[in-house]
Design a protein around this ligand. Structure first.
Ligand code: BV8
Length: 246
């Protein structure tokens, strides 16, 4: 591990970005690892507005299967999710968790100050009234919007390629102001999330840390890096942070 140069003030503001790697040991697939989701299906067929316009049933089926997987009894938060919730609860300064994940494992572990920048698979978005509603069962072309009552207008509330991620203004403000930026379990392939480390560096004062199984695309931009399983390296990092500020 490459260690931090100086401890972080206990009042410091922390922004944490998570990706699919943090949920891997909870039983969910990553995207770009060998055997990951994008090795089985093409992005262009399931995760773009064009794909949904062309073949909504296929897109519904893709997300129905992933929703069922997330809700199966053997998927649960792992020690990395728990450690981040513990950090949020114990850290005297602000902790903002920004996840690219559409699962609810951070919430299940107890996270509260959380942005799902790529949406949530357990909610539905109505293309007519723009209402967002809880959705835990299968969806199809005839599904009815709980908000406006109309049928045939629902899609899963996830951000597809070519769409604007959620709450970008709030995220960029937090990145510019943060003292520590932690990137966990993401390969650094998808923008704008992959550019967050440069935003923090550009602001000139935030320490940047990557925790991942292997070096990400943008690993050399991080001041500090540690590699291993999230269930091991994240709790260890959080313990160090809470004990001596880094
Ligand atoms: C947008 C849907 C405009 C949900 C997903 C340059 C600048 C800006 C934009 C672009 C640009 N170039 C191209 C773009 C456009 C595009 C993009 O980035 N394309 C890439 C591919 C080139 N981006 C967009 O279209 C985005 N919108 O840009 O709007 C804009 C511009 C500027 C500012 C604001 C807005 C919209 C992107 C939405 C993508 N939606 N999917 C779903 O079905 O889930 S993408 C998909 O990738 C997931 O959502 C996922 O969250 C995301 C990121 O993947 P990762 O989480 O990193 O997962 P991955 O498998 O890649 O990596 C896992 C990592 O974990 C690995 O490194 C592995 O080693 C590690 N790991 C594995 N096991 C463990 C582990 N680590 C620790 N422990 C373990 N046990």
């Amino acid at each position: 591990m490459i260690r931090a140069n100086k401890p972080l003030s206990k009042a410091g503001r922390i922004v944490i970005l998570t990706g699919a790697g943090i949920s891997k040991e909870s039983g969910l697939e990553t995207f770009r690892d060998p055997g990951g989701i994008w090795a089985r299906v093409r992005v262009e067929d399931v995760a773009t507005p064009d794909a949904f316009a062309r073949d909504p049933q296929r897109v519904h089926a893709f997300y129905n299967a992933r929703r069922q997987g997330l809700l199966s009894a053997n998927v649960a938060p792992n020690p990395a999710h728990a450690a981040l919730a513990h950090l949020e609860a114990e850290w005297p300064g602000e902790v903002l968790l920004v996840t690219q994940n559409i699962d609810d494992l951070h919430e299940r572990a107890g996270a509260r100050n959380l942005i799902h920048m790529h949406g949530e698979i357990l909610t539905a978005l109505c293309t007519l009234c723009r209402g967002i509603s809880p959705w835990r069962h299968d969806m199809d072309a005839a599904s009815q919007c709980p908000a406006c009552g109309r049928a045939g207008s629902l899609r899963v509330n996830v951000v597809w390629f070519g769409e604007m991620p959620y709450e970008m203004e709030r995220i960029y403000r937090a990145l510019a102001a943060c003292d520590l930026f932690l990137s966990i379990g993401t390969s650094g392939n998808v923008y704008p999330a992959a550019g967050f480390v440069e935003e923090v560096r550009g602001a000139g004062h935030g320490h940047t840390v990557e925790l991942n199984l292997e070096p990400s695309q943008g690993h050399s931009s991080f001041a500090e890096r540690a590699y291993g399983r999230a269930s091991e390296i994240v709790p260890a990092f959080v313990t160090r942070l809470l004990e001596d500020g880094g």
